[in-house]
Design a protein around this ligand. Structure first.
Ligand code: SF4
Length: 308
């Protein structure tokens, strides 16, 4: 079945000519929304253990994590090329020397072809981007900014402690570095958000110079603030059908040139409380593809030619 959106796998094939595996790393960074600089509570949904394999095993060095993940991906997927994905917490939240030292560990591995950095938009500046752009001489460089929603009320509700302007400032700085590929993390189904508001986020992002978008379904994991609200039945989660329909509509307002890094969230089954359908990621993805087919819709088909 022909894909109706520009998937990350398609991008990897076009760019590297083969499947490239992401090595998910916890490089020992912190986050200003957890260490007290902005708050100690963190985002209401945050529990890094739920999505990072290595946060549980703080005693492993970055090098060891890379070696172990490479071995796993080689055995399991016959992977030959890799992208080092600095995933857990805010991976630009440190001084330049520390960043340089931790990122440079990838230089020990000749099969690493890219570096992807996940961070908050208020944790970047020109110096950090210049450092990353030095890596672009040898590696593909990606930076993923957590935005989640363009709406101030939602950002406040989930205790993000940054606003849309921080994201726009980060993107404006990043676009000066042509070889750094910027992406945004978005969550659909955040507490209190309507379908209309979620689609407003898509329409807004279509006007920005984003290379990629990672879309998550809002979910509840253990040891988070939102867990208590969910258990008191104070928040409602999207059903699979609702999520897939909104995600499909979100794609329609997304430029067809934007790479869709993810459509269904990854959450560890041990940490996930709800919705349980996320545990069957492949099934949900198949359903989404079927839905796009049945509705005869595709990424970007609601944008005007100028927006495309
Ligand atoms: S910014 Fe990221 S790491 Fe920090 S609290 Fe929020 S989700 Fe957690």
């Amino acid at each position: 079945m022909e894909s109706r959106y520009y998937s990350y796998n398609q991008y990897l094939q076009e760019t590297f000519g083969e499947r490239v595996h992401r090595l998910s790393l916890d490089a020992g960074f912190n986050c200003p929304n957890l260490d007290g600089r902005l708050s100690t509570q963190g985002c209401t949904f945050c529990n890094n253990r739920a999505f990072s394999r290595y946060t549980k095993t703080k005693n492993r060095s970055i090098k060891e994590q890379i070696e172990e993940s490479m071995l796993f991906a080689r055995n399991r997927y016959n992977a030959k090329k890799f992208i080092a994905y600095f995933q857990a917490f805010s991976n630009t939240y440190a001084g330049l020397k520390t960043l340089q030292k931790r990122y440079s560990i990838i230089k020990n591995f000749k099969n690493i072809v890219g570096i992807a950095i996940s961070t908050r938009p208020d944790c970047i500046n020109q110096e950090k981007l210049s450092l990353l752009s030095e890596f672009s001489q040898k590696y593909r460089v990606y930076i993923e900014y957590g935005l989640q929603s363009i709406h101030a009320t939602t950002l406040k509700k989930i205790n993000r402690n940054h606003n849309l302007q921080s994201f726009l400032d980060a993107l404006n700085l990043t676009k000066k570095y042509k070889k750094i590929h910027p992406a945004a993390h978005i969550i659909l189904g955040l507490p209190g958000e309507t379908r209309k508001e979620m689609l407003e986020t898509a329409k807004f992002l279509a006007q920005t110079p984003l290379w990629g978008i990672k879309i998550h379904c809002f979910h509840v994991v253990k040891n988070t603030t939102i867990q208590k609200e969910y258990q008191k039945e104070k928040i409602k989660l999207l059903s699979q059908e609702e999520y897939l329909n909104i995600a499909a509509d979100f794609l329609r307002y997304t430029s067809p040139k934007t790479v869709i890094l993810r459509l269904i969230s990854d959450a560890s089954p041990q940490e996930l409380i709800a919705p349980k359908w996320l545990n069957q990621k492949n099934k949900a993805l198949n359903q989404l593809n079927k839905l796009l087919e049945e509705r005869n819709i595709r990424q970007g088909d609601r944008l005007t030619p100028r927006e495309n």
